[in-house]
Design a protein around this ligand. Sequence first.
Ligand SMILES: Cc1ncc(COP(=O)(O)O)c(C=O)c1O
Length: 493
Amino acid sequence: MTLEKQIIGPNATIRDALSTLNAAAIKLCLAVDASGKLTRTVSDGDIRRALLSQGTMATLISSLPQRPPLTIRQPATDAALQDLFNAHPDVNAIAMVDDNCRPIDLVSREKYQPNLLLSPPHIGLAEIGYVQQAFDDNWIAPAGPNLEAFERALAQVSGRNAALALSSGTAAIHLALRVIGISPNDRVYVSDLTFAASLQPILYERALPVLIDSEPTTWNMSPVALARRLEKDSKDGTLPKAIIVVHLYGQSADMASLLAISNQYKIPLIEDAAESLGATCQGAPSGSHGLLAAYSFNGNKIITTSGGGALVSDRADLIQYARKLSTQGRETAEHYQHSEVAYNYRMSNVLAGIGLGQLELLANRVNKRRLIFQRYRDALSNTPGISFQADPPNSVGNRWLTVITLDPNIVHKHVYQLMRYLRAHGIESRPAWKPMHMQPLCSDYALETHSETDIVSSRLFLQSLCLPSGSNMTWDNQKRVITAIQNFAKEIE
Ligand SMILES: Cc1ncc(COP(=O)(O)O)c(C=O)c1O
């Protein structure tokens, strides 16, 4: 970096500062006096505020409201810089100065604080031991002691009789459909507000998805929409063969209502619990309510095997069939015997070792993510226009991701503007899932809305943002996110 490119002189105007910022690598100008002493720093935000309060391009920078520049005296240790960045979560760069307060360097936060990610893996101490054991025993295979132990532990954690560890959550949903016997042109209802993986396996089987809107409390499948659609399809003789209910962001759907409705029509319910491992609903684990449930251990989930998933059920016969389908449908014989289309979906014994170590930490990870949610809510709930996904009675979410909603009647900015603002401060955030009915992939499929006047899923998508929620996020880092959001909100006012 050439420091000269960041510096503006005592007579610099807003126009000079803007063209300097435009060309500078770090978006901060260093304003100096005639002796070269740093008088202040100028950011995009300073200029925006000046222009909004009657400033013009010709306004002198020296006439803007003064605030002392954030500096550090050279030589500075990395630890001192780190502390200073921690103490000023909204600052992106710090000017390094000599004894006479002349700037000699500009240090960007990026260099000292890597970008804050949405939900990175959080590995503990035990995982490596299980993986090492697999290496020591040469169990580098989609079978072995780690895998068996992981499946036993998964069955226990999900409150089920049987579990099958797989290569992904998507594979688990696919096998759930296969063991139920979904065929081409069968209808399968699925939550509209979800990640595409909930729906894709329906298409693998050439079956027909029917998209069911969310309800506003849990953001999950609307019992009202489900009941209405089933009533209609029952009259038309077009009832579905299965219903896939997603537990979004770790918050269980209203399973009592959904099960009561699906049982009335005897339609099997598959839980897409990819995001909700460790959550509970009516005192029982999320994923223990439907006929079958799928979990994901993708790298961004509450626990991970780097990539992986599981199918669980109380019906050991279904899990046994899924196990067969996950191993190319190989039948019991001394030779290789196959009678049906099947897959290579098994998890490896090495990855199951990571899973075993991670499962030991599940309760800790849930507590940490719930604490992160609580801190966001405590810090931001007084900010007008910001609200959170609810915590309905009888349900304890794992708060896999904290998601905020901006009320467009109060906050006159789009969530994407907040997302870009956070990105500029080295913070990753993501829009809520884009509903399936808005996806080109689903243009041919029906949507049953929650009410006649409101599509809840698209409203949530357009107004919501997922915040960094990783269980390894420090409080200092979370403060960075909170301060950035508060400053964004102030700029709106
Ligand atoms: C709701 C939902 N369903 C299914 C999946 C698929 O899981 P996987 O990535 O393990 O295939 C995911 C996550 O990726 C998800 O968030």
